[in-house]
Design a protein. Structure first.
Length: 99
C-alpha cells in the first residue's frame, strides 16, 4: 500500500470507511464540543433509566451546555473563541454565565 492508508482500510475493513472519513476530516472546536455534549449528556441519558427529576436535570444541563456554545462559538465561526465575548466575560465565572 506504500502510504495509502485509505486504500488499505478500504481493502481490509470496508465496513469502517465511513468512520475513517469522519476521523480524517478537520473539525472545529465547536463540533468537538457538540460531540462531547452528545456523547456525555444526550446519549447517556437515553441509555439509562432515570427519574423524571433526573431527566429534567439532564435536560437543563444539555440546554446550558448548548447555550454556552452559542455564547462562545457562532455557527459561522471557524471554531475559534469569540474574542470580544471572551473579553467581555473576563472575570465572570462561566457557570454563572451559562446557567
Amino acid at each position: 500500500y506504500q502510504g495509502k492508508l485509505e486504500a488499505m482500510i478500504h481493502d481490509l475493513f470496508p465496513q469502517l470507511m465511513d468512520e475513517f472519513y469522519a476521523a480524517s476530516r478537520k473539525v472545529t472546536e465547536r463540533e468537538v464540543l457538540e460531540r462531547v455534549i452528545q456523547l456525555d449528556l444526550v446519549d447517556e441519558s437515553t441509555n439509562i433509566e432515570m427519574s423524571e427529576e433526573d431527566e429534567a436535570w439532564i435536560e437543563r444541563r444539555i440546554n446550558a451546555a448548548r447555550s454556552c456554545l452559542d455564547n462562545f462559538y457562532t455557527p459561522s465561526d471557524e471554531g475559534t473563541q469569540n474574542p470580544s465575548k471572551q473579553d467581555h466575560l473576563e472575570g465572570i465565572k462561566s457557570g454563572k454565565r451559562c446557567e
